[in-house]
Design a protein around this ligand. Structure first.
Ligand SMILES: *Cc1c(COP(=O)(O)O)cnc(C)c1O
Length: 380
């Protein structure tokens, strides 16, 4: 079966005559548990919930690949999913190697929460696989490719191999391409993490996240990575509500369509922006001019819906965003509608004042091109 077919079918219930073909949200705190609860599939909804079971099985389908099966765990947000991996792996004295240019929230979590508990943090940029030089003695290598917001690319397979030779576990923040656009577990990573707030839920109306591992993956002590994550989630209580879980599950059936359309729109917009004199630089791995285009083309199945471009200065970027009628000025990405923002306004990223990060939606691309053209003309 082709991928899109497999993904769309994965959201259906098993065939039972007279039962609904779709899962619905199951609202529960306790489940009926008379007597010894050991044999009950569900006991209390911080440990498990049938809506998660359905969603995690669809996510596992997305994350599985040739020759291996994945298991997924869902969380209340993408950052909760990152925290779950850090919490399962890192102990006082351990070294974590992060990209200096990754999503700022993961960096801040390590700096402000884990470093004070005795974890050492080492940082190097995504481009040129610079993190490879820091692997000796590291417990965890965290990657993000393409990096957010500068869209740099690293070689996940090469870095995973080097990390494993050094006894280091590898996690990939795979939010921007989604597991359909890039398969970290197939490339050799141990953890594939995603903020499902973005493309996987795809409507910009909820927060969720997940982590996937190969079902039989173990750490250096022989403990199953899945079991460690599951135990951590149950104890920390970083869980996803059943309503959100159901909405994400519902969205997975349209993910192949949405991803295809938004990636095609992103490429077309990146090409259009590259032709414009008002634009100083366009960062998108799908462009032949991207310094790591060949690598991206090899390791990604889709280049993702996010691109960044640089306008002259803060005032020009602000004017552009004010003039663009079909681009909603908002953070986040991966929804049906096109959004963009001047990234420097948050103060988290080392980027030019005029850098605009744009998330291509699923609109008719001709309308987006016309609108961006007029907004560029009236912003200079
Ligand atoms: C948004 C995002 C996160 C955090 O996800 P939340 O769902 O907002 O907690 C992590 N990594 C990347 C790359 C993101 O874009």
């Amino acid at each position: 079966m082709r991928e899109a077919t497999r993904i769309i079918r994965s959201t259906l219930t098993p065939v039972v005559a007279g039962e609904p073909i779709h899962h619905g949200p199951v609202f529960a705190a306790p489940f009926h548990t008379p007597g010894d609860p050991a044999s009950d599939a569900y006991t209390y909804a911080r440990s498990h919930n049938p809506t998660w079971t359905a969603l995690e099985s669809a996510l596992a389908e997305l994350e599985s690949g040739k020759g291996y099966r994945a298991r997924a765990l869902v969380y209340g947000s993408g950052l909760a999913a990152i925290a779950a991996v850090f919490g399962a792996v890192l102990r006082p004295g351990d070294v974590a190697v992060l990209p200096s240019d990754c999503y700022f929230g993961g960096r801040a979590l390590l700096e402000q929460h884990f470093v004070p508990m005795g974890i050492q943090l080492k940082l190097a940029p995504t481009a040129g696989d610079a993190q490879a030089a820091l692997l000796e003695g590291a417990k965890l290598l965290w990657l993000e490719s393409p990096s957010n917001p500068k869209m740099d690319v690293c070689d996940i397979a090469r870095l995973s191999k080097l990390a494993h030779e050094a006894g280091t576990l590898v996690g990939v923040d795979n939010t921007t391409p989604t597991p359909l656009g890039q398969s970290p577990l197939a490339l050799g990573a141990d953890f594939s993490m995603s903020s499902d707030t973005k493309l996987i839920s795809g409507h910009g109306d909820l927060l969720a996240g997940h982590v996937a591992v190969r079902e039989d993956a173990i750490d250096a002590t022989g403990a199953k990575l899945y079991d460690k994550l599951l135990q951590g989630r149950t104890m920390s209580g970083a869980i996803l509500g059943p309503m959100e879980a159901w909405l994400v599950l519902r969205s997975i059936a349209t993910l192949p369509l949405r991803l295809e359309r938004s990636c095609a729109n992103a490429l077309e917009l990146a090409r259009f922006l590259s032709t414009r004199a008002e634009v100083l630089e366009v960062m998108y791995p799908g462009l032949e001019s991207h310094p790591a285009h060949a690598l991206a083309a090899r390791q990604m199945q889709a280049f993702g819906p996010v691109l960044s471009f640089v306008l002259k200065d803060k005032a020009t970027a602000d004017r552009f965003l004010a003039k663009a009628a079909l681009i909603t000025d908002a953070t986040s990405f991966g929804a049906m509608h096109t959004t963009a923002e001047r990234r420097k306004r948050w103060g988290h990223d080392d980027v030019p004042d005029g850098l605009v990060r744009l998330s291509a939606g699923c609109e008719a691309v001709e309308d987006l091109v016309d609108d961006i053209g007029q907004a560029l003309e009236s912003s200079v």
